[in-house]
Design a protein around this ligand. Structure first.
Ligand SMILES: *Cc1c(COP(=O)(O)O)cnc(C)c1O
Length: 417
């Protein structure tokens, strides 16, 4: 929506993408402030206080993105101590943060307690004991929610399905009641919530509704036992169209959750959207280095690689690829768009129709979520720059990494070794 052609040129809001690429180089991530804000409002308008939205930081954790969302009233869902530090650096408050993740270390738990974390989303019985021990040693009470695995099939890519019995995430529904009973007995824990997160890139409401059904039943049962659950966090996972999929409308689902909560009474609801807030709010711009025709396939070799945007290599994910300047009248070729990294998995698209030549710019669409945050320095490639546009102005929100920084902190052996 915020990336559109004006005549033959692609604009990010009111900034010409060509100009941004000229100024900041490629590969370049460009995010639209208006798009992030509009995506946020799609949820916020259906979600009155005291219900809360905790943006899932791992989708895009740039300080400018976090700061924008904090100003819009976001809480945050984190999966590491590093993400908590980022949220705090961006102006977020620890009290508005929930801490998910299956493998929280001792140090991460201690750090989160010291900062005054809003809630731990606990993923195992062992983690519960660990949090109790650390909270006791500090003489504090830790707010906890138990992440339950509701065993629903989210019908998404197996690498991003998290709510099945066979996944490593959460506590099995069959054990959940016992673990809640145990938690309620531990003196330094305040068992205030239940949560789940069934997977990512889910495009139909049914898996969410199935999970909600099971979670509300659980909350109701626990309350009957005297375990006073005051919030239910239904996680994230809302899909976005990457190709021709229908858009998932969240409004009805959010209303349904609130009706169910009203029936139980005194239950604050939470959600943890990530991708749906930033996914379509970003593009990755890359330059064509070579056109390489072949006997079986033609390749467009571009200056971005799987280290910049991993989703195609990791999940075989589809991203639309569009020319930044349309050359109407030039014949399109059938091409594979591939990067320079020494891996066959280093591709952005197979069998695409594009009319592009050496030096042309391409936009890889819907790259705002799980793009930069998954980037690496594989092949000693500096990570890309990031820009946020707002109307006709643009702010460099992350500088391109200087090459020397890539071996900062490395040491060669002394001559006597
Ligand atoms: C990744 C994650 C999210 C966000 O998922 P999206 O598909 O980006 O909405 C929310 N909650 C938890 C616990 C996560 O791990």
């Amino acid at each position: 929506m915020s990336f559109q052609y004006k005549e033959t040129e692609m604009f990010a809001e009111d900034c010409a993408v060509t100009d941004l690429a000229k100024k900041h180089g490629t590969p370049l991530f460009i995010y639209s402030k208006a798009a992030i804000t509009a995506n946020w409002e799609q949820f916020a308008k259906h979600w009155p206080a005291p219900n809360k939205l905790c943006y899932a930081v791992k989708a895009n954790s740039n300080l400018a993105v976090l700061n924008l969302l904090a100003r819009l009233g976001a809480g945050f869902d984190i999966v590491s101590g590093g993400e908590l530090a980022r949220v705090l650096a961006a102006g977020g408050k620890a009290a508005d943060v929930v801490f998910s993740g299956v493998g929280k270390s001792h140090d991460e738990i201690a750090y989160a307690l010291d900062q005054g974390i809003g809630c731990f989303n606990v993923e195992s019985a062992a983690e519960l004991e660990r949090i109790q021990e650390i909270a006791a040693s500090k003489g504090v009470t830790a707010p906890v929610s138990l992440r339950v695995n509701p065993d629903v099939d989210a019908q998404t890519h197996p690498y991003i399905a998290t709510g099945l019995k066979a996944n490593k995430f959460g506590i099995a529904m069959s054990e959940a009641r016992d673990v809640f009973r145990r938690a309620a007995q531990l003196p330094n824990l305040n068992v205030c919530g239940a949560d789940c997160h069934i997977g990512s890139q889910i495009l139909t409401p049914q898996p969410f509704l199935d999970a909600a059904e099971r979670m509300f039943t659980l909350v109701s049962d626990l309350r009957q036992e005297g375990i006073q659950i005051t919030h239910l966090d239904m996680g994230g996972g809302f899909g976005i169209p990457y190709q021709h999929e229908d858009k998932l409308e969240v409004g009805n689902y959010l209303q349904t959750l609130q009706q169910k909560a009203a029936e139980l009474g005194n239950l604050k609801l939470m959600l943890e959207p990530g991708r749906s807030i930033v996914g379509n709010a970003g593009i990755m711009v890359t330059k064509v280095e070579y056109y390489k025709p072949g006997s079986e396939k033609n390749f467009l070799l571009v200056d971005a690689g799987m280290n910049d945007l991993l989703r195609p290599a990791l999940y075989n994910a589809y991203h639309a690829i569009q020319p930044v300047v349309r050359h109407d009248g030039v014949d399109e070729q059938l091409v594979d768009v591939v990067g320079p990294v020494c891996e066959t998995g280093d591709f952005f698209g197979h069998a695409r129709h594009l009319a592009a030549q050496e030096g042309d710019l391409l936009a890889v669409m819907n790259a705002g979520a799980y793009g930069f945050t998954m980037a690496s320095n594989y092949n000693t490639r500096p990570r890309a720059a990031e820009v946020m546009v707002h109307g006709d102005s643009a702010t460099l929100i992350r500088e391109r990494e200087p090459l020397e920084s890539l071996w900062q902190g490395e040491h060669i052996l002394g001559e006597s070794v």
